[in-house]
Design a protein around this ligand. Sequence first.
Ligand code: ZN
Length: 181
Amino acid sequence: MVSAEAANHRDGPRTGTGPSIIDELVASAAEHAAVAEAPSRTPRPARRVAVVSCMDARLDLFGILGLKPGDAHLIRNAGGVATDDVIRSLTISQRKLGTREVILVHHTDCGMLTFTEDELRRELLEETGTKPSWAAEAFTDIEVDVRSSVQRVRQNPFLPHRDHVRGFVYDVDTGVLREIE
Ligand code: ZN
């Protein structure tokens, strides 16, 4: 097994050495290919909705929202924050692929509540000598963050469809999805 440190100093992509979860995922994909049916013949989501959500591993968006493959665009990042890149995806989703509504799903016990912006920037600067060009967008209040992301979407002029933009907090303990007004 390659140590994390050795892996960090390796030149080029890390391929095929040591055990990796990716091998399990690739094996799963091979089994899936044998039984999978194409969900749709078009990249345009059938239910014309985009979901912007945190990348949190506990959020089963298909299960929570009753979605099937082919139904919706899922746009995920750390925190489900409406960053410039989320706006990029939403712009393409609405203008080129026909979606009309946006639902934002943040959640309790988010990893973004566990550190501060300054802390992360200091850590990166100390370890690498460089500050990131991006903001981590860490937050301290989940409701404030949902409102802020909803506002960013509602106010973005690149998006032609902003009448149905709603934000929610999913409670990872109870499974309840609560709307933030
Ligand atoms: Zn999260």
